[in-house]
Design a protein around this ligand. Sequence first.
Ligand SMILES: *Cc1c(COP(=O)(O)O)cnc(C)c1O
Length: 411
Amino acid sequence: MKNLETIQQLDAADLLADFRNRFELPDGMIYLDGNSLGVMPKSAPARMKDVVETQWGQHLITSWNRHDWIGLPRRLGGMIAGLIGAKPEEVVVADSTSINIFKTLSAAVQLNPDRSVILSETGNFPTNVYMMQGLSANSAASIRHQMVPTDELEAHFNDDVAALLITQAHYKTGYLHDMQAITRAAQAKGILVIWDLCHSAGALPIDLNACNADMAVGCGYKYLNGGPGAPAFIFVAERHQEDVMPVLSGWLGHARPFDFSDQYVPAPGIDRFKCSSPSILGMSALECGLEIAAEADMTEVRKKSVALTELFIEQVEARLAGHGFKLASPRDPKIRGSQVSFHHENGYPIMQALIDRGVIGDFRDPDILRFGFTPLYTSYEDVWRAAEILQEIMESGAWREARYSVRAAVT
Ligand SMILES: *Cc1c(COP(=O)(O)O)cnc(C)c1O
């Protein structure tokens, strides 16, 4: 097993090491939950102070023009486009991931009007499934949602399927789909492919256009470090944009919102996928995270991500053989995102004991301990120390304390 000195040499040689200083990392905490809520960019408090005190406090409504608030959704969309292999005019930041999932699903069934099925995999993130259910329940039986196990997906690609909604990196296990292969196989059957990038945007190189993806959505508050409840993004390939009449036809997706006309006319291009007034405070915080991500080489980010997850698996398995941990993530790093999950029958209290000692991961029912690795601010030493603390908790039996079994509202 590697010793601490070897680990510290890895940190010393790390090309991304300087990024760590751009983030606020609380003392005494090893944060392995950036796949759920990214840490705060150090630039965020001053930016928020300016937006709140000057732009909002002093300049008030004139800021829509004076500080180009109205342009924020597209400006941030352009920054995200650079991270996901899209053109700037194909991405806009708006609303939430759930809402954007609904927009893409409803667009896809419009674009594929002779087909009645929207398809996804069982065990996908709940909101994705619920949005599918909501759309089909309100379709007067013209749309049916279908969930099938991952390894049966391709067998269900047929000419009744309008759209495939698929999450690139699975939220529980980190299983990573092959975007190119799945997009090609589904499109060969005339299916439109919607990628959910919540657990991959900002964590690995993504090239939507090289894969010919149709649509995509993703989250601002995970690997993009945009802050709690940050706005989300939506990608619609240029070739589809003009053919969609948005179902969520909000006024900011109108061609001329300030005509205040009674008749909805969709804006040209990606702007029609906006809906409501943008959350300026949320977008301003997200901009801080995106500025940092824009400077990072995603190929290096991925390389380090693989090294961090490999190290964690190696450390946990070497230190904790016989303690009941079973790897829930793929062992092959090529099909693993930037997280590592383990099954353990006492997963909940073990995670609470870790959190109590400053190692922050999370728990997902029924028995999964989940650890996210965020190469811009997680060091090799963090990984080594997290495994050491886990070993200490297991060997001492500290996790058995009754208070660690009390369930909180958010796990
Ligand atoms: C985090 C996540 C979401 C979040 O949806 P919200 O609308 O932001 O609550 C959706 N889908 C997946 C796959 C996620 O991982």
